[in-house]
Design a protein around this ligand. Sequence first.
Ligand code: MLT
Length: 278
Amino acid sequence: MERKVISTERFPKLSYTVSGKGYPVILLHGFPLDGKIWDNVVTRISKEYCVIVPDIPGCGSSHFAGEVLSIEDMAKSIKLIADHEKLDKIILAGHSMGGYAALAFAALFPGKLLGIGLVHSFATADSEEKKDQRLKSIELFKKGGREPFIRQMIPTLFSAASRTELTEAIRSITERALLTENKSLIAFYNAMINRPDRTSNLKDSTVPVLWIIGEDDNIAINKNLMQQTSLANVNFVYVYSHCGHMGMIEADEALSNDLMSFAEYCCWRDRTNYVEKG
Ligand code: MLT
């Protein structure tokens, strides 16, 4: 695994890892985590693919300039990495907030994709209730509530079974999440509040879409989630039992295998110039 850094005015430090050789698969983490969250998956899939794992600006060791960062900005930071690595087309899979960024990437740079993966993520925008909750959390961050918020939130991302089995992983993820600055937490919540509905991008998608769904997920429980899984022309849908919002930890082997089956199909389409009939 090689760590690389790009520096631009907007992103003074854009850090990512590259592992393995083959078709490029980029894995985006969610809120408020970092690229390390994908380690178990990278170990497995980098035997067959070139796996690139960025820290989204504001997380891990990546930074953004100023106070504001939209979901589209996150997508643009991925485009910078793809260009820097001279990648023609990529498979882009995002976890939760990373999935929102993957959908923004699909809207901005549709010609750069071989496939989109939505890992515990979905295409609809925040409901009014969700926006209110996020605004309250932003007020809490401003009043110094960052640490208790993160300590309380991280365990809720896991299923009840995982919470008892994966105590060490939960502890270490919490410690890393605590490194995320207030400025980033606020920017991410504002970014998620302001993100548009992307269901039309799914309908228009000319590339296959992968869905990873946890039966015990408390976050990606959008009412329309299952309906969204049939919007694109080609969908690979996997539902994991006893899994919450963190399939890359809670079901790392299944997720790696399912991601590789999906990638294999996307790459076969690319090699054969295959186009599904509409
Ligand atoms: C995430 O896991 O990235 C966030 O929980 C997503 C969200 O809050 O919508």
